[in-house]
Design a protein around this ligand. Structure first.
Ligand SMILES: [Ca+2]
Ligand SMILES: [Ca+2]
Length: 94
């Protein structure tokens, strides 16, 4: 995958995620840590997006399924974004 196609793939995943996401799907397991650095934050969303785009191969796939529904998808990605936004504002918005 070249850089241009990779970026297009990432944008397609992002737009698909945004259009299909609803708050009713928000059920994140905050013990998950996709990139394994000890904290769940925006870097994990980027890591998950890279996986969905086929750029990386995770060492522990179970950590990427942050809503524990058995599927690693763009919904997991968006739930990390919402969780990170919620935490970064002191829990005032979600
Ligand atoms: Ca992490
Ligand atoms: Ca999932």
């Amino acid at each position: 995958m070249n850089k241009k196609n990779g970026l297009a793939t990432i944008m397609a995943i992002f737009l698909s995620a945004v259009s299909s996401f609803s708050m009713s799907t928000y059920a994140i397991d905050t013990t998950k840590d996709p990139n394994g650095d000890g904290v769940l934050n925006l870097n994990d969303a980027v890591y998950l997006l890279q996986y969905l785009a086929g750029v990386i191969e995770p060492t522990d796939y179970s950590e990427l399924d942050v809503n524990n529904n058995g599927i690693i998808s763009n919904v997991d990605y968006l739930e990390i974004l919402y969780y990170d936004a919620y935490n970064s504002t002191g829990g005032e918005v979600i």
